[in-house]
Design a protein around this ligand. Structure first.
Ligand code: DX5
Ligand code: ZN
Length: 221
């Protein structure tokens, strides 16, 4: 199927003490999925939350599509608990992983879709050998670890290369994406858009989400 435009707010910079309410608000304002940033303090120099919190969130929000962005050194360790927590898409970084195909297989056997992510310094060709097994590829447009950083437009050739070689794959971008940088991402061929600060802090969340989706749709046609 041809890629669809989807906007997935990252709740990293939301009020995490009110995660369920903040998430529900984003969904009510038109979010297509939720992007949940999981960090282990090792792969990235920051900590967020893990599967117990995701499971609690799932208890409050039954139907939304959950992606966990696993910024961790051992993604294989969290597959079962995240599947049990009701995660739909399990996206992990290939950089620290020895046998990426094996982890992909374990994720899919647990019933989740699999996403493969690369940091800014990682060449996009590194993903090429895994395209057969990946459901989604994620091109980071900031150094992972923190929300609210500036968008790296020099990552766009990676997105262009992927869209050119794999016209039907879901390509996600993450980091510094918002109404001001969406055009650049859409033009390059991204169709799954993670947006944290720009959506969570927008005076009108619905308008920000709708506008970004329209720009992406325009370029997908
Ligand atoms: C960075 C995270 C991103 C990021 C998105 O490590 O993976 O999801 O927080 O937030 P903004 O859109 O504020 O960059
Ligand atoms: Zn993320």
């Amino acid at each position: 199927m041809a890629p669809q435009a989807k906007i997935g707010p990252s709740i990293l910079n939301a009020d995490l003490a009110n995660l369920a309410a903040e998430s529900q608000k984003l969904l009510d304002n038109g979010a297509d999925y939720l992007h949940l940033d999981v960090m282990d303090g090792n792969f990235v120099p920051n900590l967020t939350f893990g599967h117990p919190m995701v499971k609690c969130l799932r208890n409050h929000i039954k139907n939304a599509y959950f992606e966990t962005h696993m910024m961790v050194n051992s993604p294989e360790q969290w597959i079962e608990p995240m599947a049990d927590a009701g995660v739909n898409l399990y996206t992990f970084h290939i950089e620290p992983v020895k046998d990426v195909c094996n982890v992909c297989r374990l994720v899919q056997e647990s019933g989740m879709k699999v996403g493969l992510a690369i940091k800014p310094a990682t060449k996009v060709e590194e993903l090429a050998r895994y395209m057969e097994v990946a459901d989604v590829v994620l091109v980071m447009t900031v150094e992972p670890g923190f929300g609210g950083q500036s968008f790296m437009a020099d990552m766009m050739p990676k997105v262009e290369w992927l869209r050119c070689n794999y016209p039907n794959i879901d390509i996600e971008v993450d980091g510094g994406v918002g109404p001001k940088t969406i055009e650049c991402c859409a033009k390059s061929g991204a169709n799954m858009i993670v947006s944290g600060t720009a959506v969570v802090g927008a005076p009108d969340q619905r308008q920000a989400i709708t506008q970004m989706r329209e720009v992406v749709q325009r370029y997908l046609k």
